[in-house]
Design a protein around this ligand. Sequence first.
Ligand SMILES: C[S@@+](CC[C@H](N)C(=O)[O-])C[C@H]1O[C@@H](n2cnc3c(N)ncnc32)[C@H](O)[C@@H]1O
Length: 439
Amino acid sequence: MSTQETHSGLKAREAAIRILMAVTLKNRPFDIALDDITKEAGLGARDRAFVMNLVMLTLRRLGGLKALLASLLERGLPRNATWTEAALVTGLAQILLMRTADHAAVNETVTLVKNLPGKERGFAGLVNAVLRRAAREQEKLQAILNDTPERDLPNWIAESWTTAYGQDGMRKIAASLQSNPALDISLNPGENIQEWAEKLDARVMPNGTLRRTLTDVTQLPGYEDGIWWVQDLAASLPVMLLGDVAGKHILDMCAAPGGKTMQLASQGATVTAIDRNKNRLKRLVANLERTKLKATVVTADAAKCAPETPADAILLDAPCSATGTLRRNPDVIWTKAPEDVAKLTALQARILDHAFGLLPAGGTLVYCVCSLEPSEGREQIDAFLTRHSDASRSPVEAAEIGGISEVITADGDLLCLPSLLAEEGGMDGFFAARLKKIK
Ligand SMILES: C[S@@+](CC[C@H](N)C(=O)[O-])C[C@H]1O[C@@H](n2cnc3c(N)ncnc32)[C@H](O)[C@@H]1O
């Protein structure tokens, strides 16, 4: 490795440690911490990509890495040795989960700790011993990490998912974190899907999603021309529950950044896209501009808004804990606590009650969340139905979603688990229910 590379390797590793601490200790969203800290460090594209991969992987396997670290330390670390702990887990991630050269991972992590201001520099020898041992016992430690996927999760999530999906179900979801998610693409329905599958080197999934390996989307054919947009397979299913939307006025409540708005508009719906977050709405507008699709965009609180034109149907993609997207956003489970889920559940109920009030008799409302917590999904709908005698569940048929029957529950709701379609790359966790207003 040249001096130049060694230097940028040090800076990159330091940035990774700082991002990990920003997310886990200060609850900063990963993408914002990544942007700020890599810019501050003046990292180029290659180093930034390394940092992004390293922190994503460390966050996805954080519970397991910490448990492994505890087993490698005879006496543990003092509580305030936060820098050292972050350096050790990112070091272990490089040695056990990435193809980084072991000597670079060990030497540079040790150098970083040696150069720390204050007392933590005294842990450099310990860091050296632990990481060297990890490099020597690589195979054994990798097997421990890979055989206990449930340890990757924070305790409260593991408990919640065991209650909801059983021990085996929880382990399968945890295991899905060990592989990279696919890149899923929704194609404008006016385009020829087979042609685009070839151009994008993608497979056509049963619901019409194009699936390929992750890459920089801006470099793919059709991106600039707005022929398609990125949308996980599971995230594209709720709109399908509204059936033929051509010519109908659909209220897309909580719409930003607009994946479902584009899906609705591309199918010929007249869409009013509502969100209260102006910055996220800017991204929705940019997405509409790129894909040359149209929607009326409204900044408003979905729990209070009063749209000018009555809706034929409503899509409510409610704010949620986003625990279903943990493969793509592994920070979410480390920056949230059960209290956050409870607050979100109350907000969802308020928005859902208001949205249902805007629906005409006989109309359909699809409620969805990218969460795996039953309180935000099935239990939310059960509670709603006890509050509203003029509402009923309208069970989903497999034929409406490309025959993907494994995501339909006994009640007829959708429950996408990241462990489903595992052979084909899995999917995000999502819940959706279709409600009708009784005439
Ligand atoms: C799950 S995201 C929506 C994703 C979007 N439907 C898509 O497919 O790209 C939830 C959205 O709800 C918005 N939100 C949260 N509380 C809201 C409220 N009270 N009124 C309107 N929007 C809200 C957030 O700003 C966020 O954009």
